[in-house]
Ligand binder design. Structure first.
Ligand code: ZN
Length: 481
């Protein structure tokens, strides 16, 4: 079984080295610090702080190991952070420090996408594969299955993953500070204690706030009253921290419309630069996030979306079907539109069609995206695939979608080719560029939001149905292509 009870249970650490350790962790009475000599430079003081933090973290790790017991401690995998984090809590759950506590609530990782989330909209088949109505048991089992398959979707898997990492930090802290029984539910006082511990270990504001968010989320996931309760309280906590530690502005710049125009007129010399400039142009004009660009399939380009309104003059336009966006919690879908350029050499829609031919990407004959737009198509290839070498050493589609990171890299590479400094840009620059261009051109907020997908939950929006394609194209027109 797990580590020796004798070593783990209570009492301050006994090893000879533990006095130093206890002192660093603040358990032993601390001698009053000698006043710093006036001559000491700020650089020296900073170096002293760094070394204090480093030794404190070392002490923190050994304390956690002692508390968990030698057998369990051998299994610990450490993740780095302002405070050390056990990154594999699953492997230490047998430790006696958790005895008498609800291990499941404290230590279960529910961040992995559930079966229904992985089905990506094709949920009926996923339910069938889970056993459908044949697996219906007692009421308690029904609740358990709902908790397993639906309840985690209260937040998205990437958010759950982040929350899990920071919750792991909280549990590790609880072990070090002998406070595990006060973690869930947690009082505001305990959260303040964790926060101060992070601050003295020089954690950034965003990290402390990520810990708060993880603690809050763990409480709501198990329907417990969170430590930061009450309307506006979270912002008030955040404000107090920002006033002290500062809040540096993100320096990532938006992609300017002149960059998009340059990219569309530029004739690439490789498939890689070709993809990078189309990714960047499309993501900017359609205000897309990198994750959305990475997921677009060829059957998501709806070339007839505006012509089907029956208003003449919209040939050569295209809508990009985005099955679910971050703000689209209900998978209603979203269709930012691309118009026809005045300058034929900078026509994004025509260039996307050329791209499809060049890379031999086509909509599968049995594709039923239009009938089930919320579900990911299992037949069609991604619009921006990774490439590989095919027959005759020709660069061809591998059929696998690019990762979010690859899309970000494409955007940075494209702006660099256009003469911008790539360090000032990131994946978010494209979406920022689309939104800023529209705002600068005076596009009405409601129209901009149809392109960017903001605020779909706002009252009245679900009923808004713009019938004039010209209004829908206002964001595109703002680019002056
Ligand atoms: Zn398809």
């Amino acid at each position: 079984m797990s580590g020796s009870r004798r070593v783990v249970a209570g009492g301050p650490p006994k090893a000879p080295d533990d006095r130093r350790q206890s002192f660093l962790l603040g358990w032993a009475p601390e001698p009053a610090p000698a006043a710093a000599p006036a001559a000491e430079s700020s650089a020296q003081e900073r170096a002293a702080l760094r070394s204090q933090v480093a030794s404190s973290k070392q002490a923190f790790r050994s304390t956690v190991a002692v508390r968990l017991g030698p057998e369990v401690a051998r299994r610990i995998r450490w993740a780095r952070g302002p405070l050390p984090v056990i990154s594999n809590l699953r492997d230490v759950r047998s430790a006696h420090v958790f005895d008498g506590l609800d291990r499941s609530r404290l230590l279960d990782d529910v961040s992995a996408p559930t079966v229904l989330e992985r089905a990506d909209g094709d949920w009926e088949m996923a339910v069938f594969h889970l056993g459908g109505p044949t697996r219906v048991g007692s009421v308690a089992e029904l609740t358990a299955r709902y908790n397993e398959h639906v309840w985690p979707a209260r937040s998205r898997p990437p958010t759950r993953d982040k929350n899990w990492r920071y919750w792991s930090l909280v549990v590790t802290w609880g072990v070090a500070r002998r406070h595990c029984e006060h973690l869930l539910p947690m009082s505001a006082d305990t959260l303040k204690a964790i926060s101060w511990d992070l601050i003295v270990h020089v954690a950034s504001r965003s990290l402390v706030m990520a810990v708060w968010a993880a603690v809050q989320a763990r409480h709501t996931a198990y329907q417990l009253p969170p430590p930061i309760a009450g309307r506006g309280e979270f912002s008030a906590w955040a404000r107090s921290l920002s006033l002290i530690t500062g809040r540096p502005l993100s320096l990532k710049l938006p992609v300017h419309r002149s960059v998009v125009a340059w990219l569309l007129r530029h004739r690439p010399d490789s498939i890689a630069t070709h993809r990078a400039r189309l990714v960047t142009s499309l993501a900017t004009v359609a205000c897309l996030r990198v994750s959305e660009v990475a997921r677009i399939q060829v059957c998501d380009l709806w070339f007839d979306h505006l012509t089907s309104y029956g208003v003449p003059g919209y040939e050569g336009t295209c809508a990009v079907h985005i099955p679910n966006r971050k703000n689209d919690a209900e998978r209603k879908g979203h269709w930012p539109v691309l118009g026809r350029s005045v300058d034929p050499s900078a026509d994004l829609v025509a260039q996307l069609q050329t791209w499809l031919r060049l890379m031999d990407l086509r909509v599968h004959l049995e594709c039923d995206k239009r009938r089930h737009p919320a579900a990911r198509c299992l037949l069609c290839p991604p619009l921006f695939p990774r490439t590989t070498r095919g027959a005759g050493n020709k660069v061809v589609s591998s059929g696998r979608p690019c990762s979010r990171q690859m899309i970000s890299d494409d955007i940075r590479a494209a702006v660099a080719a256009a003469g911008a400094c790539p360090h000032r840009f990131s994946g978010v620059s494209a979406r920022k560029g689309g939104i800023s261009t529209a705002i600068e051109a005076g596009v009405a907020e409601d129209i901009l939001y149809l392109q960017s997908g903001h605020g779909v939950s706002k009252a009245g929006r679900p009923y808004m149905h713009i019938r004039d394609p010209a209004r829908l194209l206002e964001v595109f027109e703002a680019f002056g292509l």
